[in-house]
Design a protein around this ligand. Structure first.
Ligand code: ATP
Ligand code: MG
Length: 305
């Protein structure tokens, strides 16, 4: 069985080779010259209910306001919720795509500020475990979307299921959301551990949600980096924090995002800063390959299931 590192190196080399073939440099693959690829960011956490969906939805709108063309993929295949947060009632969702009934173009819907959404599996309680054929079909179908977007945000479900790892590894950047709750911190550590030891992910971004002040968030960051430096070979970039705001729940019941309802609030400012941090951090990082490339290598060796 081939070592995952080799597969990944091979994928990176192939991207570099492809860029040479096309007479453009690797960063141009990401940034605009020749064929453009969007930045793909997964939002993940380990523990449920820490605010992944809230962060994904609000930061997507903040990014759209910065002039970015944004797609959100609601990768919560069991019980979706970005559509609810956006006040949408999409007719089709990703389960229709994975069942082979609809194309991605047929299920994509438009949310606030022109943000596009691929809805997850609304109303379906049982979580679909994607097989390798479904994963490959999804990656192929996503290829047709790449030219249309600057940034793709993937809202993942809680836990460390294979669906979650699939979407995290397909992304170039992983945004880990945690609160200062000790179980949320240890679950954030757990997901970084799995992604680094099993899938050789080395770089993570952190946002600490529902905090009362910046010190609370920095304390979480310190705890995570302390243990990660000791036991894992990873780097964690601190991208900021989001304050606790009780109006978040009200926003959900009104099916609006906070940044729409309270544009002048502190929390809106936090989402704007996070959007800016994301756009600032991304162009500086070395691409790890086109989103689909690594998984295609992996799946064709039968290791991605
Ligand atoms: N900064 C915040 N302040 C106050 N409430 C918040 C904040 N962020 C999220 N919430 C609330 O916490 C609850 C859980 O948030 P959300 O659904 O975004 O979490 P999640 O991580 O996506 O959950 P799941 O794992 O179930 O997908 C929601 O009711 C949301 O309104
Ligand atoms: Mg969620």
């Amino acid at each position: 069985m081939r070592d995952l590192n080799m597969v990944k190196e091979h994928a990176d080399q192939a991207v570099a080779q492809r860029s040479l073939d096309e007479n453009i440099n690797p960063s141009a693959l990401k940034s605009g010259e020749g064929r453009t690829f969007p930045q793909v960011i997964s939002v993940t956490s380990g523990k449920g209910g820490v605010g992944k969906t809230a962060v994904a939805a609000n930061v997507a709108i903040a990014l759209a306001r910065l002039g970015k063309k944004v797609l959100i993929i609601d990768a919560v295949l069991g019980l979706a919720n970005i559509d609810v947060v956006f006040g949408l009632t999409p007719k089709y969702n990703l389960n229709h795509f994975f069942a082979g009934e609809k194309s991605l173009q047929e299920i994509v819907v438009e949310g606030p500020e022109g943000v596009q959404l691929l809805p997850g599996g609304s109303g379906i309680q049982s979580v679909t475990r994607l097989n390798s054929d479904q994963k490959l079909r999804f990656l192929d179908a996503m290829d047709a979307f790449y030219g249309d977007f600057d940034i793709i945000i993937i809202d993942t479900e809680a836990g460390i299921s294979e669906n979650v790892t699939f979407f995290n590894v397909a992304a170039q950047e992983i945004l880990v959301v945690t609160t200062s709750d000790p179980t949320a911190i240890s679950d954030a550590y757990a997901i970084m551990k799995v992604l680094s030891t099993k899938y050789h992910e080395r770089r993570f971004n952190l946002v600490v949600n529902s905090v009362s002040d910046q010190d609370e968030a920095l304390d979480v960051y310190k705890k995570l980096t302390h243990v990660a430096n000791r036991y894992l070979d990873i780097s964690i970039a601190y991208l900021g924090c989001i304050p606790y705001d009780k109006r978040m729940r009200e926003a959900i019941s009104r099916q609006k995002v906070m940044v729409e309802l309270y544009p002048k609030s502190k929390i809106n400012g936090a989402f704007e800063s996070l959007a800016e941090s994301l756009t600032a951090v991304i162009p500086n990082v070395q691409p790890k390959g086109t989103p689909q490339f690594f998984w295609k290598q992996l799946l064709s060796f039968g290791q991605g299931e």
